[in-house]
Design a protein around this ligand. Structure first.
Ligand code: SF4
Length: 360
């Protein structure tokens, strides 16, 4: 099957593959490397103008290694995922200092450079030097999970292990550079994520998913994690000037250094909590739960509207607490705080319910 797969793929590539991409001209490990890093999270069409500019400014390893990081980041600006640019710069300096400025040709040495994983190392050496290494980028994973009907999320080590074994078995002994480009092109042009064009695919006759009519089931999606939920009460506490009491948050953690409403554990009575920390309050009402989502958890906020009757000066530490009104210019506000203030100020409370609304 190996020869059949690579032969069919290569003859398709000869007719339809991409052969005039900028990094395919004047091919060198440096030029292929930069292209591979730019292509890691970004489409070819977006990469091309960035690549051309980058190559004009940093035509070789020495130019990149000797440049200021700011200059490199400026040429990356707009491509996103800036760790890629920082690693590129750091790796160029390692090549200058540890490999006499020559991009290494040894697989392990390439793999040891910052920002280069197994697939990228293989792709660079295959395309720049014709060395036989399999690759397994996102496009190739998709092709192989379908071609061999490999179930399970490719991000799992066991599934990735199977895919690497298939990728290795299919990689031919000759024309490795073309084959590497060909299998990436197959994934990018034919075996696409949402609408694979199986009727134009050179390997459709031997593709298991196509034969079983199960293409849409592959690759298996990443299992959905249950996002944890944290619950808190936020005390929207007003004084008789209708100012909000805000707390300076610690410099680290969520909303680090911003100003927020006092947070009260969900199970605690707000009046009891306030008596200990701030003073006597009267609670007017509780609003519906507002969800704020962070990357790793949901925060369910129960806003509690109250007014301060009696401050305890010995408890109120001024470096921690402040009274805030719309003309205040101190510090940034955490996102839900802004929202809740707007909610309050928009008059969504019935006037009779408003704790401190002055009349006349
Ligand atoms: S036949 Fe369809 S699913 Fe199979 S490799 Fe080709 S494009 Fe992908």
């Amino acid at each position: 099957m190996t020869n059949q797969f690579s032969e069919k793929l290569l003859s398709w590539y000869d007719r339809h593959g991409r052969k005039d991409l900028p990094w395919q001209k004047e091919r060198s490990a440096y030029r292929v490397w930069v292209s591979e890093i730019m292509l890691q999270q970004t489409q070819v069409a977006t990469v091309i103008p960035y690549y051309t500019n980058f190559m004009q400014r940093f035509p070789d390893v020495a130019a990149l290694a000797n440049a200021e990081l700011d200059d490199v980041l400026q040429h990356w600006s707009g491509l996103g995922y800036y760790a890629r640019a920082r690693n590129l710069h750091k790796a160029a300096q390692q090549i200058r200092d540890q490999h006499a400025g020559q991009f290494p040709t040894d697989y392990e040495a390439v793999l040891a450079l910052p920002g280069i994983g197994r697939s990228t190392a293989g792709a660079i050496l295959a395309q720049a030097h014709g060395q036989r290494h399999p690759i397994l980028d996102g496009n190739v994973k998709r092709v192989l999970t379908r071609y061999f009907t490999v179930a399970g999320w490719p991000g799992e080590a066991a599934v990735a292990g199977k895919l690497w074994a298939h990728a290795d078995a299919l990689t031919p002994q000759t024309r490795v550079a073309d084959y590497t480009q060909a299998i990436m092109d197959l994934g990018a042009i034919i075996c696409t994520r949402t609408k694979p064009v199986c009727n134009l695919c050179p390997v459709s006759e031997t593709c298991s998913a196509h034969r079983e009519n199960s293409v849409a089931r592959f690759p298996t999606e990443r299992p959905k994690k249950q996002t944890p939920v944290r619950k808190i009460q936020m005390l929207i506490l007003l004084n008789d000037r209708e100012e909000f009491l805000l707390e300076r948050r610690p410099p680290v953690g969520i909303w680090g250094g911003l100003l927020g409403f006092p947070e009260i554990p969900i199970a605690e009575n707000p009046a009891d909590w306030a008596e200990q920390h701030i003073g006597d309050i009267v609670v007017y009402e509780t609003w519906a739960v507002m969800r704020h989502t962070f990357s790793h958890f949901h925060l369910d906020i129960t806003p509690v509207i109250a007014v301060l009757i009696n401050t305890r000066p010995q408890v109120m530490d001024e470096s921690r607490w402040l009274w805030y009104n719309s003309s205040s210019t101190v510090g940034g506000l955490a996102a839900p705080v802004k929202k809740l203030m707007q909610h309050y100020q928009a008059g969504e409370l019935h006037d009779a319910q408003r704790p401190m609304r002055k009349t006349g």
